[in-house]
Design a protein around this ligand. Structure first.
Ligand code: UD1
Length: 417
């Protein structure tokens, strides 16, 4: 298990470049399965989840190599349509391969993703949609077998919840399907738009991405293209939390302001100042943070569940009481117990966390149990008096590229052990 040793209390300063978005990179890597020719992906973050994706692509017979800082992918040689359990388990989000493999080969067999660190992660919406598009689906011995021997057919799909993964799987299944697919109550996350932009460049006909209704007219073929992954709004939110908790001023380059429209007002309520110039975000925190208003996680454009944990670390040293309501995932307060070890005063009742701000956090040994929880502990440790040892950094590395290097370049004292 790897860890960080953080000596807290250092002010942050300077500027950093924002990495590409993990949650865009994964579905776009999966989408390359549907294309003919070379794809060149720029700004793809170096993460263990991306590595796991590349291992799956290579196992399936695709070529994936790094060239001049970009990823070059060619899936012409795809010869497998089953993903073994060992590869599925490496990445929670590997279900995003289902729609693409099924669309390309008419068959897909994946082991069931099962539960994860955020609680049970059902895929009923994915499977219901694919069935509506003509797939026959069987669940056998922990595996999902999907067949669409005569190809998938466009359908009208009403999602009872705007699931990000289900929307992506439906889009991936629909772009080469016969006829028109309409997704009602589609997820509107920027990463969905990035996937659609990539697919449209590759020749897909998709209308309405970023809106609640997406219409996809199936086409016969898609081609390899060059694409640059959008910046990671969750890493941006984490850096904002880090600057807030240390009462610092930093600049994050390459931020898309609109992607943070529900995050910025929360920081502004605490007294932080956020301004933008030419895509660069200047963030400046006051000496004393005011308590946050009610923070409710919601599907985009609401406050992102992925930013909840890092923000809570900042809330723990605010002046007054902040309230968080987690509406997307059960079990997404695992960082709370560890924040408490650092001296935070947080009470959880079901999906509500009440955070009573304390004057100071104190260094301690803590253990991360999920990706955003790891980020939360690191943010808290940056402000804590003395030394904090954060173990479980392998969770962090699923989604944050060289985070200790980024933080050290901003003046933090972080060592990886
Ligand atoms: C994606 C993101 C994750 C983010 C989440 C919500 C990726 C790789 N991951 O995860 O970082 O936290 O969106 O913004 O992009 N649900 C069902 N049935 C389904 C599918 C989902 O009940 O078939 C439920 C889930 O249990 C959860 C909620 O819907 O409670 C949201 O899940 P979803 O939007 O699908 O999240 P992911 O795509 O897994």
């Amino acid at each position: 298990m790897s860890g960080f040793v953080i000596n807290g209390g250092k002010k942050l300063y300077g500027e950093v470049e924002l990495q590409g978005a993990k949650n865009s990179a994964l579905p776009i890597l999966s989408a390359t399965i549907l294309t003919k020719g070379d794809n060149i992906l720029y700004n793809c973050p170096e993460l263990t989840d991306v590595d796991a994706c590349l291992r799956i692509l290579r196992y399936l017979g695709c070529e994936a190599k790094e060239q001049n800082g970009a990823l070059v992918l060619n899936c012409g040689g795809l010869c497998e349509n089953e993903i073994p359990d060992s590869l599925m388990r490496e990445m929670r989000s590997s279900i995003v391969f289902l729609g693409a493999i099924l669309a390309r080969t008419g068959y897909a067999k994946l082991s069931f993703p099962g539960g994860c660190e955020l609680g049970p992660r059902p895929i009923d919406l994915h499977l219901k949609a694919l069935k509506k598009m003509g797939a026959k689906i069987f669940e056998r011995h922990g595996s999902i077998v999907c067949k669409a021997e005569k190809g998938l057919k466009g359908a009208k799909i009403d999602l009872s919840f705007p699931s990000v993964g289900a929307t992506e799987n439906i889009i991936l299944a629909a772009v080469l399907a016969e006829g028109t697919t309409t997704i009602v109550n589609a997820a509107r996350e920027p990463e969905i738009c990035d996937l659609c932009d990539y697919l449209i460049d590759a020749g897909a006909e998709i209308y309405g991405s970023g809106e609640g209704v997406i219409v996809i007219d199936g086409v016969r073929e898609l081609y390899g293209v060059s694409h640059s992954i959008i910046p990671d709004r969750i890493v941006a939110s984490t850096l904002m939390s880090a600057a807030a908790v240390t009462k610092s001023s930093i600049t994050v380059n390459g931020v898309i302001r609109n992607h943070l429209s529900s995050v910025i007002p929360v920081f502004e309520e605490t007294g932080c100042k956020v301004s933008f110039k030419d895509g660069n975000m200047n963030f400046s925190a006051p000496e004393k943070l005011k308590a946050m208003p009610l923070v409710r996680t919601m599907p985009y454009p609401g406050f992102p569940t992925d930013a909840q944990a890092p923000l809570m670390a900042a809330a723990s040293v605010c002046d007054g009481t902040s309230v968080f309501v987690e509406n997307i995932f059960e079990n997404r307060f695992k960082h709370v117990g560890e924040l408490t070890r650092l001296g935070a005063d947080i009470n959880v009742q079901g999906k509500v966390a009440v955070v009573n701000g304390v004057k100071t956090l104190y260094g301690a040994k803590v253990e991360a149990q999920d990706l955003r929880g790891a980020a939360s502990l690191i943010v808290a440790a940056l402000s804590a008096e003395g030394e904090t040892q954060v173990s479980g950094i392998e969770f962090l590395e699923r989604g944050y590229e060289n985070f200790e290097v980024i933080l050290c370049s901003l003046g933090a004292d972080v060592k990886k052990i």
